[in-house]
Design a binder for this molecule. Sequence first.
Ligand SMILES: [Zn+2]
Length: 335
Amino acid sequence: MTLPSDIIQAAPLHITFNSGYVPPGFFTRFVVVLTNKMELCFEKDIGIYRNRVTFRYQDPNSTTIEHVIVTDCTDVIQIDVQHHHLNQEVVSFTKICQNIRVLLEDAAKEVEEILKKCASGQTDDNKSTSYIFMHKFKYVCASCCQSTPSHYIKLSPANQTLVCCENNTTKYRLPTELEEVWFKDTNQATEKPSSSQRIRSPKPSEVMSTPAEPGSLSMPPPTDTHIHENPPVDPTHVFQSHIAKLCKTISSDVVAVCNECYSSDLIGDGTYSYVITATGVSIDDKATRLIHDIESQLKSSINKQEYLSNVIEAFLRVNNSNLSIVAEELKNSFL
Ligand SMILES: [Zn+2]
């Protein structure tokens, strides 16, 4: 699709689902919820199709009107935002995209709540079911060449201005200008309004390798009368010393713990589906798998301190008193 020269299109945003498909009813509900927040667009050739609906969105302070195109691609919902560039722009495209993203995230949460309620209702003939799907917003890579299969990018946990492609998590780079509209913080965006020309021709993005790991832990000081500084506490060691206790504690709530960790991007898809769907394995096996995935993610994490803090926060959100005690212990051991 070739766009007219006065139109800029942000890198696509995808709503993905742990089931691998858009759950029944999600797309139509999503469109209905969005019509409360944006105006349906009936323009010829853009308008409304069976699996695609276009909205007109005007940011409260902006003079421009964006087209927000929502498409049900069966496996994901794709969002494209088209910006019609004007010479005088009060609000940058980046700022507008940030606002649109918040609006979309709120709408998706709302839809999830509605579908959960729908599933839990029952009649004499139909027993209630449960809506078990979880959604996640992902950002499509706009940097790799067209021949590479479509994939997502994610922010570096250590440096929020860098991203990496999902298929190469060791190479961090700056986001392209079509990608960064989703990430950049709004303060920077208002200081530096973007011009259409700048956005349309992104320079080749700078490629950076993963920052080096901090030096290995120094040997503990010999015990003598001199005063030594304590060596820094390694979050991996702290976590490892609690593994046995954690496996036992999370068993009673393994699904809840898994959901919390997954929704905060702390564990992989494989572990998530193992814990949620595997049959014929014991709860203890699931708990062990979950804890060991966290351990290996922690080991390979660039910012171990931050990763472990996020894990502790996820544990605390489960509201299991025994788990909260272990989480507090972990917190006190390394913070
Ligand atoms: Zn890529």
